[in-house]
Design a protein around this ligand. Structure first.
Ligand SMILES: [Zn+2]
Ligand SMILES: [Zn+2]
Length: 329
């Protein structure tokens, strides 16, 4: 978030003795003369509108930083003062700066005795929601576990086998794709582009739309409030369609059989083609307990050891699928 200043507005403080409302920068009550207490709270008069200060000197004072209380007599001095206006003491000798940066309450809020709003109250979430989500996830995991991992053992013998081997054929061809302009592969020719939302930045960026929250008032520690807004920046960027040459799968050639001699298919490639990924899959059929089962594996070694009629122990899950097999002795 970027903090954006909209300007400065006058604040007031209320005298604890006579309830007079005094302008923020005034250091003694205009009603009874009582000094402004160290921990006085500055308040915003009107919540609905901001009466921005135009007096340059007052704005400079607010920008200079929080007032500093004299370490000797407690008098409130400007941040730029070196010697106390009242006793002449050196302020740098342990002078205490006023609290600043807090959010200023309105008079109405102060009367209701509401605590100052917590920063970013929007982001407050009920803790119950994450807990509920967690419980659902746990329930799903338990169900998944029961279905797939709780198994029964069945003794069965091999009744048949089947193999299937596939090779992808790739061709070097022109493809059309789209991406951010700075992600387009080298050598590609860009066709059309349009601006599209890409990401949100905390800091101002070129080609960005500024999105700001409601303005609020911060205590500058000088009796003057600063109206600020938290803003973020939605960055737009060129998203383009382009064409380029690339290897693309155009065909898959498969050979299969029901014996123990699996083979790779023979490819007849043209000059602009090449061999792509290879895949092999073996299926072993069993019968046992009056049922038939099929186990699928990519291990040729396991397939070759599953001779017709040989005895195996199968782990069967709750959906009737074969989870694993091992030879029985
Ligand atoms: Zn007073
Ligand atoms: Zn002093």
């Amino acid at each position: 978030m970027t903090r954006k200043s909209l300007g400065f507005i006058p604040l007031i403080w209320e005298c604890a003795f006579c309830s007079t409302q005094n302008p923020g920068p005034i250091k003694s009550c205009t009603g009874c003369g009582a000094p402004q207490p160290d921990d006085v709270e500055f308040l915003q008069v009107d919540q609905e509108r901001f009466d921005f200060i135009k007096d340059e000197a007052l704005i400079r004072m607010a920008k200079a930083g929080p007032n500093i209380h004299c370490p000797f007599c407690g008098t409130r001095n400007l941040a730029t003062d070196e010697l106390c206006k009242k006793c002449g003491g050196e302020i740098s000798m342990g002078g205490k700066a006023r609290q600043a940066g807090g959010r200023v309450r309105t008079q109405a809020e102060a009367q209701q005795r509401t605590p100052p709003p917590v920063e970013e109250p929007k982001k407050k979430k009920s803790p119950l929601i994450p807990i509920a989500i967690l419980l659902v996830i746990i329930a799903c995991m338990v169900g998944f576990f029961l279905i797939f991992f709780r198994t029964d053992d069945v003794s069965a013998s091999v009744t048949g086998v089947q193999w299937e081997r596939t090779i992808a054929v790739e061709a070097y061809t022109s493809i059309t794709d789209s991406d951010w302009r700075d992600e387009i592969p080298e050598g590609a020719s860009v066709r059309t582009c349009s601006m599209k939302y890409r990401y949100t930045s905390e800091e101002p960026q070129p080609n960005a739309t500024e999105v700001c929250g409601e303005p609020y008032v911060e205590d500058t520690g000088t009796g003057v409030g600063e109206v600020v807004q938290d803003c973020e920046y939605e960055v737009y960027d060129d998203y383009c369609e382009y064409t380029t040459m690339d290897w693309v799968v155009v065909e898959s050639i498969t050979s299969s059989g029901e014996d123990y001699s699996p083979d790779w298919p023979v490819l007849n490639l043209t000059s602009d083609q090449r061999e792509g990924d290879r895949q092999e899959q073996y299926r072993i059929s069993f019968s046992g307990n009056g049922e038939t089962y099929t186990y699928t594996t990519s291990s040729e070694q396991l397939f070759q050891s599953a001779n017709i009629g040989s005895k195996w122990n199968l782990s069967i899950n709750q959906l009737g699928g074969v989870q694993s097999i091992e030879p029985s002795n």
